[in-house]
Design a protein around this ligand. Structure first.
Ligand SMILES: [Zn+2]
Length: 378
């Protein structure tokens, strides 16, 4: 019932449409036309105004056909990571890769192609279904920016699926929340050879803080990292300023707060440790610490109706559907935070965010079959 050629052609067409974050205009207009032809009413929200992007998030309302029901959200994102440039998709032995050292953009265009093919099949077969709300966001890859600015007043769905995780045969019900942590340490500059007594080293403060900090995998639910450090001017100058950027993630809000507080406390203790008296004055490095909540966690219960719907659909499609723990944020975190119980489905994409990225047509066919069963049963 799935038209393999049509699905494959759709994917190739989408992959060739370059769409780096905030430059989704062309693909958005294409999708608007494509979804309208399938029977949707198309809206764009005003996320472009808040983000400086070419276009807002696309929202496509499909009225119920053949039976009533609760609206179902189906979400994808239109942007792809760099290096994008001119993407030339090539199909070899049933597997798509990119020809030219760029990403392929199967993240998330495999999901978009599967969704379109599922809608085609449902319409062709006259499968009765409830209302559908398709959302295609902008700028997911640069911090869920489109979803964070999505006009949720345009949606009625209380549950749904995001087509946006790697591999096959699994779904993600839980993903962590994250805090970003930005730290500026201001010590005191002095000549390192002539007057070291007049200086307080910002780099040494950072080193002491990081040396005692718990980082990496903190527990099965929590991770932490400092990934960026910059500061100092020259070998012979005691550094007066250093800037660090890190993050903490956890599936448990309490653990996230505790890990974040621990990271801050390490800097405070380090500042105390290097504080000293210069010309009769106590000099302690100044700390400017900003904690920026990056995204909230998502946690859909194993027995939530939407999880049961996914399992029933997988059974009908004759597929395995394991539950995997998510390790990062995606648009689904934002949908869940707005009260839409959203599960992430694997789309068959592999090695994403790299020039080795690929997706097999067989896998896209299987995911499309699963989606048809989801829509039939929603
Ligand atoms: Zn993605």
């Amino acid at each position: 019932m799935i038209n393999r050629q049509r699905l494959s052609d759709e994917f190739a067409r989408l992959a060739a449409m370059t769409s780096p974050p905030l430059h989704e205009g062309a693909i958005a207009h294409y999708l608007a036309e494509r979804l309208a032809a399938l029977g949707a009413e198309i809206l764009f929200d005003r996320a472009d105004q808040a983000t400086g992007g070419e276009i807002g998030n696309l929202i496509a309302h499909f009225p119920a056909a053949g039976r009533d029901g609760e609206p179902l959200l189906l979400s994808v994102h239109m942007d792809t990571v760099e290096p994008g440039g001119e993407v030339v998709p090539v199909l070899n032995d049933g597997v798509f890769t990119s020809a030219s050292g760029t990403i392929l953009g199967a993240d998330d265009k495999a999901g978009i192609a599967e969704l379109i093919e599922a809608l085609e099949v449902v319409r062709e077969q006259g499968i009765p279904r409830g209302p559908l709300e398709v959302v295609a966001t902008i700028a997911e890859e640069i911090g869920l920016v489109g979803a964070k600015h999505l006009d949720f007043s345009l949606l009625r769905a209380r549950h749904g699926f995001a087509l946006d995780t790697t591999g096959m045969g699994h779904m993600v019900l839980r993903a962590p929340a994250a805090n970003r942590i930005r730290v500026e340490i201001l010590g005191r500059e002095a000549h390192a050879g002539v007057a070291p007594e007049q200086g307080v080293s910002a780099i040494r403060t950072a080193a002491l803080a990081l040396a005692e900090m718990r980082l990496g995998r903190i527990d099965p639910e929590t991770t932490a990292n400092f990934g960026k450090i910059e500061g100092g001017v020259a070998c012979n100058i005691i550094p007066g300023r250093v800037f660090l950027e890190g993050e903490a993630r956890s599936h448990d809000p309490g653990k996230l707060a505790a890990q974040t507080a621990h990271m801050v406390a390490c800097f405070e203790r380090a500042a105390d440790a290097v504080a000293c008296t210069i010309n009769g004055e106590t000099v302690r490095p100044q700390l400017q610490i900003d904690i920026i909540p990056d995204y909230p966690r998502m946690a859909v219960a194993e027995d939530a109706p939407v999880a049961s719907l996914a399992r029933a659909a997988a059974q009908a499609a004759g597929q395995e559907l394991a539950v995997k723990l998510g390790g990062g944020g995606s648009d689904a975190n934002i949908f869940n935070a707005h009260g839409i119980a959203t599960i992430i489905l694997a789309t068959g994409m592999r090695d994403v965010h790299s020039p080795k990225e690929s997706v097999a047509v067989d896998d896209m066919v299987a995911v499309t079959r699963l989606l048809v069963e989801v829509i039939r049963r929603a």
